[in-house]
Ligand binder design. Structure first.
Ligand code: SIN
Length: 299
């Protein structure tokens, strides 16, 4: 069923809900209080959420005790869902949900333990990178496990003129495998990619500065996890330029740090932010469920 048809059938039996949108005292983000995502949303409530997502780039829905079906249904209202290339970490019977977890069961990791160890925008290595991701807290560590977000609209706006000039009209390559082998958690090496998986994640090229398709704002669109090089300039120049951009893009004044509460669900805009998982002590369990909504080709 298309996202539009799903949205229509869900909103038919929906009732209006009373909820509050409270912006954070931070460069991005807002808290949604009082909304129950286990219930279908009316078109008016959906529009409010959609606008808040564009305004704040990150929404924190508190106390969402929702099922995988409900998370998928809400995510689908924003677009088609993307299925992660690491099929072994998809939730059984719900491949739209990607498990991010450091938990080992019967000697096997149940999810990707180190997802997000480097700053990134989800699926920037695809021709159609993600519009946004929803991450639901299933099991949280007592210590750590925070997720950090940095506004790449603000970063672009504040770049020194010489950097803006250096990247004007430039394109960069993104690859899923760029740092794949650097990522290890609780001593568990990432699974080796099969030829079929490698074929699914061929390197792609995107503009270094993209225009947000809904807000029209300019956004820096390179990240340390997946961007390998800037095209049509010497390799050492590309390395130096990316290092300067990455340093700028993660400056403290552009960051919101999320400390998770039980049953939080976050919805961030991958067209506007990069994010990073800060990690937690190795003996503490953490399990999150992510849905990833497909976006447009960056321009
Ligand atoms: C991610 O990069 O999607 C995961 C973030 C997290 O686990 O905090």
């Amino acid at each position: 069923m298309s996202a539009f048809a799903t949205s229509l059938s869900l909103s038919l039996d929906a009732l209006p809900q009373q909820f509050e949108i409270k912006p954070f005292a931070a460069p991005l983000g807002a808290e949604i209080i009082g909304l129950d995502l286990s219930k279908p949303l009316t078109e008016a409530d959906f529009k409010r959420i959609h606008q808040a997502h564009l305004d704040h780039a990150l929404l924190v829905f508190r106390n969402q005790q929702i099922t995988p079906e409900q998370q998928i249904a809400f995510s689908r209202r924003f677009g088609d869902l993307q299925i992660h290339v690491l099929k072994q970490f998809l939730l059984a019977d719900h491949p739209e949900i990607f498990i991010i977890s450091n938990i080992i069961e019967n000697g096997q990791p149940i999810g990707l333990g180190d997802a997000g160890k480097f700053w990134h925008s989800d699926l920037s290595y695809k021709e159609l990178p993600s519009l946004g991701s929803m991450l639901l807290a299933i099991e949280l560590p007592e210590e750590g496990g925070d997720t950090l977000f940095a506004s790449q609209q603000r970063v672009y706006a504040s770049l020194p003129e010489h950097l803006k000039k250096a990247i004007e009209g430039r394109r960069a390559a993104h690859s899923y495998t760029a740092r794949y082998d650097d990522e290890v958690v609780v001593g568990v090496q990432r699974p080796k990619l099969t030829p079929a998986q490698l074929a699914e994640v061929k390197s792609v090229v995107h503009p270094v500065v993209r225009t947000h398709p809904e807000t029209g704002e300019k956004v820096l669109f390179v990240n340390e996890n997946f961007t390998t090089h800037i095209l049509d300039i010497p390799e050492d120049e590309s390395r130096q330029l990316l290092a300067e951009l990455f340093a700028h893009s993660a400056r403290a004044e552009f960051i919101y740090r999320h400390q998770w509460q039980p049953h939080d669900m976050l919805f961030w805009d991958n067209r506007a932010l990069v994010h990073l998982a800060a990690g937690c002590p190795l003996d503490q369990r953490r399990r999150m469920h992510r849905t990833t909504i497909q976006g447009d080709a960056p321009f």
